[in-house]
Design a protein around this ligand. Structure first.
Ligand SMILES: [Zn+2]
Ligand SMILES: [Zn+2]
Length: 116
């Protein structure tokens, strides 16, 4: 009797579908896990802006660490413009292959706590 080897992996190998509800960060393109999102005012509130986009908190912090609000309002009031900023571009390139739920290290030296 010939052995009928049927050792197919019967373990269920159904790839877990990604949660559809996760929005993508327009800056870096990675999904934003729950609790990692932050609303960014394309034109800062202090300059009269009302339109917001959801970004990773660390992407958001990065923008404000690199660009003063006055400049955001004047020159970087869109995602496309932000991506043209050399510092932002470098950050996006760096972060694009990092896990989406990575949290930035707390940098105590940076006192920028801009919101909006
Ligand atoms: Zn912001
Ligand atoms: Zn992001």
């Amino acid at each position: 009797m010939l052995g009928r080897i049927r050792r197919r992996a019967l373990a269920q190998q159904i790839p877990a579908p990604p949660p559809a509800a996760q929005p993508a960060c327009p800056l870096c393109g990675r999904p934003i896990p729950e609790g990692h999102g932050d609303a960014h005012h394309l034109v800062p509130k202090s300059e009269g802006g009302t339109v917001t986009v959801q970004l990773h908190r660390m992407c958001h912090r990065q923008i404000h660490a690199l660009i003063p609000e006055r400049e955001l309002a004047r020159e970087y009031a869109s995602i496309a413009a932000l991506l043209r900023h050399p510092g932002v571009a470098r950050y996006v390139q760096w972060v694009s292959n990092k896990p989406a739920d990575m949290r930035e290290r707390t940098r105590k030296s940076v006192g920028v706590r801009a919101r909006g």
